[in-house]
Design a protein around this ligand. Structure first.
Ligand code: SF4
Length: 234
């Protein structure tokens, strides 16, 4: 009887106003993911996140038009747990900062492309337009920044182009000399130091350039794929 009462009490704390029973742990993890997505949705004009520079341009258009956030998958929730765990451990044991946000401004300017006939103007600057670039590094030890990735399997090939680019953008954003990329899976662990740094022009090109998808595999995991004219089989 005691046990039953204890369970009833516990379930009561899971009840939301509309009487939907939700596991509080799952709800907490969802909240962590959705909070970040919401922040991205609420960005103002001329505000971009580093993640925007690394993903399909059409996704942002769908988000703004439909106001949808990505529903968290179990892989994402698992990633939240691993991130939080490692970040808290390193904060507690080594005093490393966690989830550090950065912002940098980039002035709009003309961009050119080299063609066989010489330089071609591919983007004309809007006078006075300034882009605000936001991003977050997982950890920072005062000398270098850290980016954590959770994977099902660590590929035997070297670090993916996608992760490498992300670290290069973060090095630029945080004015860091190097980014330690930590890849974690159930069966392995790999650390790679990325010293390359994106330039301001690289960032501006990534902001301006419309690329849909940006990576061949993106459409496979995209919640907008059924409405998208740019969808590719990847
Ligand atoms: S389906 Fe592909 S091209 Fe379309 S929005 Fe999604 S990722 Fe981008």
């Amino acid at each position: 009887m005691e046990k039953k009462r204890a369970i009833d009490e516990m379930i009561k704390t899971w009840e939301l106003e509309d009487n939907v029973v939700v596991d509080p742990i799952l709800a907490l993890l969802h909240e962590q993911v959705i909070e970040h997505e919401r922040k991205m949705l609420e960005r103002g004009e001329n505000v971009v996140w580093v993640t925007d520079l690394l993903r399909c341009s059409q996704k942002r258009i769908f988000e703004e038009k439909l106001g949808l956030v990505q529903m968290p998958t179990f892989e994402m929730l698992h990633g939240v747990i691993v991130h939080e765990g490692l970040e808290i451990l390193c904060f507690t044991k080594f005093g490393w900062a966690k989830e550090v946000e950065f912002e940098k401004e980039v002035e709009d300017r003309d961009l050119y492309e080299q063609t066989e006939l010489g330089e071609k103007l591919v983007h004309e600057a809007v006078e006075g337009r300034v882009w605000k670039v936001h991003g977050r590094v997982d950890m920072c030890d005062g000398k270098r920044i850290y980016e954590i990735k959770t994977l099902s399997v660590i590929p035997s090939a070297e670090v993916s182009e996608h992760y490498r680019r992300q670290c290069e953008f973060l090095n630029w954003l945080a004015d860091a000399d190097e980014c330690m990329l930590i890849e974690l899976s159930h069966t392995g662990y790999r650390k790679t130091i990325i010293r390359e740094k994106a330039t301001e022009e690289d960032v501006l090109r990534a902001i301006i350039e419309f690329k849909a998808p940006r990576w061949a595999w993106e459409c496979r995991y995209c919640q907008y794929s059924r409405w998208c004219q740019y969808k590719v089989a990847g």
